[in-house]
Write a protein that binds this ligand. Structure first.
Ligand SMILES: Cc1ncc(COP(=O)(O)O)c(C=O)c1O
Length: 366
């Protein structure tokens, strides 16, 4: 069997470590997992109820066109159903975008220190993939540098806003300056997995509002809606692009439980509001507590627009030591070596008691 070189060299996606694994390794009862940007409140209760109610119909295949869900999304965001695609998570849609539009010789551009899931998908193709360095002072995408890398072969640009793992955004005016310089035949993927945490900020560009023919906006039910395990995401874009993605996707993705859960989750306003509030409170708590010691202990807190926060600890040794100490105490955080930031860690805003556990341990170890 001949395996292509780019597949042989592919490094698989490394997720945050699972709770059960850490429990076993360190003999711990209680674990606080604030590593994977999941909703600490659990899944949307309305989604769970809807998913259970369709479980008895699991012998049937799901609706290929996901019409009920797409109709609901269309209504909520005031777009036409033909401008919406769905898939097995927003990552599933990303995979379908690459399958749909990349031809031999086409190139892709993104930034360093962004979502690894896209990097894995991009490297799983024979196409050239360019990662442009970030602005190192503020950990933001360097959109001007990305523009400079566009050439005749560029087909796809991947942007993540707010960005995982830095939590930073590019603003409306930065996006405006960027997009007007992107040729119309270059497809821009705007990954807005953390949209709901940033949407209330006036400087945040909601890419859906631009209605651009060469931009696909991706969102997910994995974050604020809390159904990451169901694997369902959605995208907005030009009719022709969305039709293509829907044609190329696995016929029966997403599954019928996922579709039912997503339909119900969209209506779970109470849960979304509660999740936003918990996140905001957690963020303010972290900023206040970490702000008190960051000068003296020599680390940086990077302001975040998402449900997680990045800390720059200065060097990889410090990250490794602190990560190991945290694991022993049953707190799972995310060291960012795999993102090319070995001197940084990422923490997800958790429940109040999880946030307190983090702060107490952090003060001890730092
Ligand atoms: C920026 C970003 N995009 C996409 C995803 C994956 O989303 P989904 O579960 O919808 O595939 C994540 C998950 O961590 C993410 O951080």
């Amino acid at each position: 069997m001949i395996i292509p070189e780019f597949i042989k060299n592919l490094k698989p996606y490394v997720p945050g470590r699972p709770i059960e694994e850490i429990q076993k390794e360190y003999g711990l009862k209680t674990i606080h997992k604030i590593a994977s940007n999941e909703n600490p409140l659990g899944p949307s209760p309305k989604a769970v109820e809807a998913m259970l109610s369709v479980a008895s119909g699991l012998n049937r295949y799901p609706d290929i066109g996901a019409l009920e869900l797409r109709g609901k999304i269309a209504e909520k965001f005031n777009v036409k159903i033909e401008n919406i695609a769905v898939g097995n998570g927003s990552e599933g849609i990303m995979a379908n975008i690459l399958r749909s539009f990349l031809c031999e010789g086409d190139e892709m551009i993104t930034s360093k220190a962004t979502f690894i899931g896209f990097q894995v998908l991009a490297r799983g193709r024979a196409n050239k993939f360019i990662e442009v360095p970030m602005n190192h002072e503020d950990y933001k995408f360097d959109l001007n540098a990305i523009l400079k890398h566009i050439n005749q072969k560029t087909k796809v640009i991947y942007l993540c806003n707010p960005n995982n793992p830095t939590g930073t955004i590019f603003t409306k005016s930065e996006f405006d300056d960027f997009i007007k310089n992107v040729p119309e035949n270059v497809l821009v993927i705007m990954d807005e997995a953390y949209f709901e945490y940033a949407e209330d900020k006036t400087e945040y560009p909601d890419s859906l509002q631009y209605r651009l023919d060469n931009v696909i906006t991706l969102r997910t039910f994995s974050k604020i809606y809390g159904i990451a395990g169901a694997r369902i995401g959605y995208g907005f874009g030009h009719k022709e692009l969305m039709e293509t993605i829907m044609k190329v996707k696995l016929p029966f993705e997403p599954g019928n439980m996922a579709q039912a859960g997503a339909v119900a989750a969209l209506d779970d306003v109470e849960f979304i509001d509660k999740s936003k509030k918990l996140n905001k409170d957690g963020y303010e708590y972290f900023l206040a507590e970490l702000g008190k010691i960051s000068g003296e202990k020599n680390f940086k807190v990077i302001p975040s627009y998402a449900n997680f926060l990045m800390l720059d600890l200065g060097n990889p040794e410090r990250v490794n030591k602190i990560n190991e100490s945290f694991l022993k105490e049953g707190v799972i955080i995310r060291p960012l070596i795999a993102f090319g930031l070995p001197h940084c860690i990422r923490i997800t805003m958790g429940l109040n008691e999880e946030n307190e556990a983090f702060i107490n341990s952090f003060k001890k170890f730092i």
